[in-house]
Design a protein around this ligand. Structure first.
Ligand code: TPP
Ligand code: MG
Length: 633
């Protein structure tokens, strides 16, 4: 047997650069390179290995959390068929990646994390940044990655790599299992040499399968769809990752079944497809939410059925409602006591299409769908055309960005009030145009994520909309975008704090406590003084961006127009009226309110809560009873 005498770190990089994936006959390299920040925990091991492998590019970021967001956004934009490696030193560099790992794993997006770790040989312990323990020596801060990783290992001996790396690849390339994978790399072991088998460094192609649904269950699903009077599809991110959007468009055009889109599933259908009711759930459109309320059959495709989608289990109120779950992950397919079609989304839709060629929903339902769609288009136009202020409304800013963006361009966001507004209002034409990280809704994802999306397809213009608080949480990857020559269009929406959580605070009776960016007021002792002296134009310019301020809608439009001509990351800062919100429609979210309080508004909110929470259903055990009278049509 031929062997290669190299260090563990050198073997690791040599292995990673030879991993490929293939689906539908299309093959590509799985890792585009490695992001990281060196420290003593990797500089001489992984750092040295990266140095001697210039064909596996090393990218220097500003924050390890940012690196993981870049990788996650890149992988999401590439439909999970490619990603980056993220590497860090030991201690704080490693723990900085944990939030990123959670974000990737919640969203089922592959990223490979290589944090440095404390010495395996232990004799020099405690090393710089080591958290000591009195009762065990076999853990470090890297154990904190376990609950947020889909696969986790620590490489105590160089030969362990031979067994661990194929496991890491299996999980990363599995549509059902994927998420963050962490291989913790003790600092001393990285530099140890071993005789690795030469086969380990040969090109390996990982096939991404399209599993078929089980025949008996498929037949039962077809029966249920034929029997349903008011069926509804909930399209999640799985539709997009599986590249099932064309199949879905054909299936619903043929059957007339309407579609509500989750945050990750937005773009499954073009906004003007006659069966698209748009966003569903807490941040949904009235049509999608009324259809959900009255549906007697819900076909959940590629969705985790999270609380924003199910309106905390209040979305589906028909007493006879039944579910079909089409999902490559068992955990999702089985939710809501569904007929579990554990299969690839595209394959599942294709099989149903074939078996339902002669089936169509009735014309009364079709007319209701058309009416809801019509009403929603008018509501969107109303919000885009408010002409409020200045400060103008956030809805008008979204309208201006949507007019500036060309087909194929990408809108990106993650947290605050923008996810809800964009989910409702953005008119998505093609899959991939709408990039929302709403599994973890991680403030700070936006700019790093924008860079990942731009790198995934530099031909697309990327519009990052980001709230002022989210911008402050992590804006430093702006200079990374400048360093790498990837231009981002960033719109900072400044409302002096948290519009989202501020609004929520008011709705739970707490009056916005602790959600405004204001000075501490010496008289009240509270944060209710003047607005903080933040200057986002200077902040962004200081990070290397071209930055301007816009006050009126006209100025916003001009700034967006000017941005298009720039070749460097550009920022427009626009102040909006925090109180001029896009409303919610026909939905509810469970945020429990104190059972006891001295404050009258909280007692009132609690009373409303106790009524609302009664609408929550236990779909996981529900046995459908006779269908309710339908109210819509
Ligand atoms: C890392 C992180 N911390 C806290 C939260 C909770 N949270 C959700 S939205 C929000 C405020 C966001 O403010 P901003 O980005 O200005 O957006 P706005 O609500 O004003 O639209 C907070 C604190 C979060 N989602 N992520
Ligand atoms: Mg804000």
């Amino acid at each position: 047997m031929w062997t290669r005498h190299v260090t563990m770190a050198q073997a690791l990089i040599a292995f990673l650069k030879n991993q490929y994936v293939e689906r539908d006959g299309q093959e590509n390299r799985f890792f585009e390179g490695a992001w990281g920040i060196f420290g003593h925990g990797i500089i001489a091991g992984i750092g040295q290995a990266l140095q001697q492998n210039p064909d596996f590019r090393y990218y220097l970021c500003r924050n390890e959390q940012g690196a993981v967001h870049i990788a996650t956004a890149f992988a999401k934009a590439r439909n999970r068929k490619a990603t980056f490696v993220c590497t860090s030193s030991i201690g704080p560099g490693a723990t900085n990646m944990i939030t990123g790992a959670a974000t990737a794993t919640v969203n089922r997006i592959p990223v490979l994390l290589l944090p440095g770790d404390i010495f395996a040989r232990r004799n020099v312990a405690p090393v710089l940044q080591q958290v000591e323990s009195e009762h065990a020596q076999d853990f470090s801060v890297n154990d904190a990655f376990k609950p947020v990783s889909r696969y986790w290992d620590r490489i105590y001996r160089p030969d362990q790599l031979i067994c661990s790396l194929p496991e890491a690849m299996r999980v990363l390339t599995s549509p059902a299992q994927t998420g963050a994978v962490t291989l913790a790399l003790p600092q001393d072991v990285q530099a140890e040499a071993f005789d690795y088998p030469e086969e380990m460094f040969e090109k390996r192609v990982w096939h991404i399968a399209r599993p078929e649904p089980e025949g008996v269950l498929l037949a039962q699903a077809v029966e249920w769809i034929r029997a349903a009077r008011r069926p509804l599809i909930v399209a999640g991110g799985g539709v997009i990752y599986s590249e099932a959007t064309a199949a879905l468009a054909d299936f619903v055009a043929q059957t007339g079944i309407p579609v509500g889109e989750t945050q990750a599933g937005k773009g499954s259908l073009a906004f003007d497809h006659p069966q698209n009711l748009g966003a569903i759930g807490v941040t949904g459109t009235p049509g999608a939410n009324i259809a959900a309320r009255e549906a007697d059959l819900v076909i959940a495709i590629g969705t985790r059925l999270a609380d924003f989608t199910t309106a905390s289990k209040t979305a589906f109120q028909n007493t006879g409602v039944r579910f079909i779950g089409i999902n490559v992950a068992e955990i999702d397919a089985f939710k809501h006591a569904a007929i579990p079609l554990v299969c690839d989304a595209r394959t599942g839709i294709d099989r149903l299409s074939r078996l339902l060629r002669d089936h169509r929903v009735d014309s009364a339902y079709t007319r209701a769908i058309a009416r809801w769609r019509d009403e929603w288009e008018r509501e969107t136009d109303r919000i885009f055309g408010l002409r409020h202020g200045p400060p103008i409304s956030q809805g008008e800013v979204i309208g201006a960005v949507s007019r500036a963006a060309r087909p194929g361009d990408v809108i990106l966001n993650a947290a605050g009030s923008l996810p809800g507004d964009l989910h409702k209002l953005w008119r998505t034409r093609h899959p991939g145009e709408y990039h929302m990280e709403y599994g973890n809704s991680c403030m700070g994802y936006e700019i790093a994520g924008g860079l990942g999306v731009k790198m995934a397809d530099p031909s697309r213009d990327v519009y990052v909309m980001v709230g002022d608080a989210s911008y402050l949480m992590m804006s430093s990857e702006i200079i990374t975008s400048v360093q790498e020559g990837y231009k981002l269009n960033i719109i900072i929406v400044d409302n002096h704090g948290f519009s989202s959580i501020g609004g929520l605070s008011k709705s739970v009776g707490s009056g916005g406590f602790g959600t405004d960016y204001r000075f501490r007021n010496p008289r009240s002792g509270q944060l209710d003084g003047e607005h903080l002296p933040l200057d986002f134009v200077q902040a962004a310019a200081g990070l290397g961006a071209i930055a301007v301020r816009a006050t009126t809608l006209r100025e916003v439009e001009d700034a967006l127009e000017a941005m298009r001509g720039q070749d460097r990351t550009s920022v427009v800062v626009v102040e909006v009226d925090k109180e001029m919100r896009v409303p919610g429609y026909e939905s509810w979210w469970d945020v429990p309110i104190s059972e006891t309080s001295e404050i009258q508004s909280i007692r009132e909110a609690r009373a409303r809560y106790e009524v609302a929470v009664k609408r929550e259903r236990h779909h996981e055990i529900a046995v459908p009873v006779e269908c309710e009278e339908l109210k819509t049509v």
